[in-house]
Design a protein around this ligand. Structure first.
Ligand code: DX5
Ligand code: ZN
Length: 215
């Protein structure tokens, strides 16, 4: 499944942007939350998630690139997020955060930056619904895909196979018509695409081309 990331959308008409990809067949929309501390950029708060919740039936996939995620998790749950992903690097107790998200009735994801070894999250795999592998340094859209992420995806696929874990493998950053094929081969199940959808003139067509590339 492809999840368009609104980071590259035109925020002056966000409702229309989201409606366009939903009409094109998107089932998930990726929402990048940045706090200006964990990453050097500042983006979306719960108020935007709340507004989108009313406008769309798509899964709202909130990627929290924030320090002290435990403070913000309840805000985004309340606003209507379906999936809440925090960064392992920002978590003092990742297991507690997963439990917190589950107690709020949401799916829990963990994300790791390019320089964080994937093995760090091994003890958490049985509890997770989603693992979001960053294939760029988090903070900005439109960066170049880092192939080192594929090694992590292969490791995750192997873990899933060996232990029958149920988490989904997602990749975020630099996904385009070429890299999406490599990511699929490595075992990615959910592909986040920002600029490859929203920086193109025809959003629906760009989304469908990405879908075709992995059929
Ligand atoms: C980057 C964000 C991504 C971003 C990806 O920190 O987490 O979700 O939107 O953008 P592209 O697809 O343009 O690399
Ligand atoms: Zn993201």
């Amino acid at each position: 499944m492809i999840a368009p990331s609104i980071l590259s959308a035109d925020f002056s008409c966000l409702g229309a942007e989201v409606a366009e990809v939903e009409a094109a067949g998107a089932k998930i929309i990726h929402i990048d939350v940045m706090d200006g501390h964990f990453v050097p950029n500042l983006t979306i708060g719960p108020i935007v998630v709340e507004a989108l919740r009313v406008k769309t039936k798509m899964i709202l996939d909130c990627h929290l690139m924030v320090n002290e995620p435990e403070k913000m998790i309840p805000w985004f749950a309340e606003a209507g997020a379906d999936w809440i992903t925090f960064h392992d690097e920002a978590a003092s107790n990742a297991e507690m955060l997963i439990d917190q998200i589950h107690h709020l009735g949401k799916k829990a994801g963990i994300s790791i930056k390019p320089n964080t070894p994937i093995e760090m999250i091994e003890p958490l795999l049985s509890k997770l619904d989603l693992v979001l592998v960053m294939s760029v340094e988090p903070g900005f859209g439109g960066q170049k895909f880092m192939p080192s992420a594929l090694q992590k995806v292969r490791w995750l696929s192997k873990q899933k196979l060996e232990h029958s874990y149920s988490f989904k493998i997602s990749i975020d950053g630099g996904i385009n018509l070429t890299t999406i094929v490599e990511a699929k081969k490595a075992g990615v199940e959910i592909f986040i695409a920002g600029s490859a959808v929203f920086s193109e003139k025809d959003r629906a067509q760009s989304f469908q081309k990405l879908e075709q590339a992995i059929k």
